[in-house]
Ligand binder design. Structure first.
Ligand code: FNR
Length: 363
């Protein structure tokens, strides 16, 4: 269908299910165990409603903002996700070009299917990207990679910490994809179940990650560090103590720990119990974001920007670069409409008072 007929974020998912290969669909859609958290990430947004304010002049305003020193035309970034080529032959390069045209920041996965050089070369002049790393058991390899991405001009390092151990990605495994396991032994006891895509690409990852690894990354790059995969207030606080510039509240789109909390709930919990944390580092979130209204709720609760993972893979898979651009347009329009309808012209007008728990209320 023509890209302009896509009106909602999830329209891309509906088409992706019809047109993607079984391997791509099952890998993208997949989540851990019974997929409870993957569903809850989206459902939790329905527990927060706006408290719109009226009789404000909403004629002019903007949705531009900044997070971790990066400028963006809308408060949305592309969460790093592996294997964009499964959905479209041009892979991550489509995401880079689309992000460049829309003025948003792309997170590049260490497991991207295009080479880092190809992706970096696809950037427009001045286009900012973040590089996501999993630490390798061979720290020398990680060290070399940190130096390379720093030299190539990334604007931040995303250190993903929620995948120290594997998970059972049920659909991906059921698809029984014939992907060869990596040659080197990964120290993890091999599952008897057939490999899905996720296990086939993760063999180099270290199962021994500690807080001292933040110091390791700091030593090998001068870029800001964003820790991704924070699932508790306590770890958010520890991140602030370790001096990182940003965190992404995330459960990997429900792909790791089934029954990890929905990031929007964690954000609300932190807003109530640890408001001071929001001044110590930039807090972002991803997981279950499927509309501009979802984005605005997270921003009102204190998120500096919000990531989408699957939706960008689906948009790339169904329409390539045009899909990526259309997804940004949909989000931009919905964000702007929602903001003006609750009386907020600019991102700085979004305050916690504009969001509250959903009713019904019993008085
Ligand atoms: C991911 N995610 C992910 N995260 C990361 O840090 N490195 C990676 O390589 C990947 N790979 C990946 C592949 C696929 C297919 C998916 C769906 C996800 C997690 C991703 O960054 C993000 O946290 C979630 O996708 C957010 O949830 P939504 O937006 O998909 O609901």
């Amino acid at each position: 269908p023509p890209v302009d007929s896509m009106l909602l974020v999830n329209d891309f998912e509906d088409w992706a299910e019809k047109v993607l290969s079984g391997t791509a669909w099952n890998y993208y859609k997949s989540a851990a165990d019974r997929e409870i958290t993957a569903a809850e990430n989206q459902d939790a947004f329905k527990r927060y409603y706006f408290r719109p304010r009226i009789l404000h002049d909403v004629t002019n305003g903007s949705i531009n903002t900044e997070f971790v020193g990066m400028k963006t035309n809308l408060p949305v970034f592309i969460s790093p996700a592996a294997m964009a080529k499964l959905g479209h032959p041009l892979g991550e390069v489509n995401l880079t070009k689309g992000a460049g045209k829309c003025g948003i920041v792309q997170g590049i996965s260490i497991n991207a299917s295009c080479s880092l050089d190809e992706i970096m070369a696809a950037r427009e002049k001045g286009q900012q990207v973040m590089f996501q790393i999993y630490l390798n058991k061979d720290r020398k390899a990680s060290e070399a990679l940190l130096h390379k991405v720093t030299e190539l001009g990334a604007s931040a390092i995303i250190f993903t910490v929620d995948t120290a151990w594997r998970s059972k990605r049920t659909r991906d495994v059921r698809a029984k994809v014939a992907v060869a396991p990596p040659p080197s032994s990964d120290g993890q006891e091999k599952s008897k179940a057939p490999l899905g895509v996720s296990q086939a690409i993760s063999g180099y990852q270290d199962t021994n990650l500690t807080w001292s690894d933040i110091g390791f990354i700091r030593k090998h790059t001068n870029l800001p560090i964003i820790v991704k995969g924070i699932q508790s207030m306590e770890d958010a606080e520890l991140c602030a103590e370790h001096g990182v510039e940003g965190i992404i509240l995330s459960n990997h789109g429900g792909r790791q720990c089934d029954f990890a909390p929905a990031p929007i709930d964690l954000l609300y919990e932190m807003r109530i119990n640890k408001p001071e944390l929001f001044n110590k580092l930039d807090i972002m979130m991803d997981g279950g974001v499927r509309s501009g209204a979802d984005v605005v709720k997270a921003l009102a609760l204190g998120a500096k920007a919000v990531g989408l993972g699957r939706s960008f893979l689906y948009a790339n898979g169904t329409h390539g670069e045009d899909g990526v651009i259309r997804l940004c347009e949909i989000l931009a329009e919905e964000i702007q409409n929602t903001m003006r309808n609750i009386g907020a012209n600019n991102i700085t007008d979004l305050k916690p008072e504009l969001v509250g728990p959903a009713g019904p209320w019993v008085y």
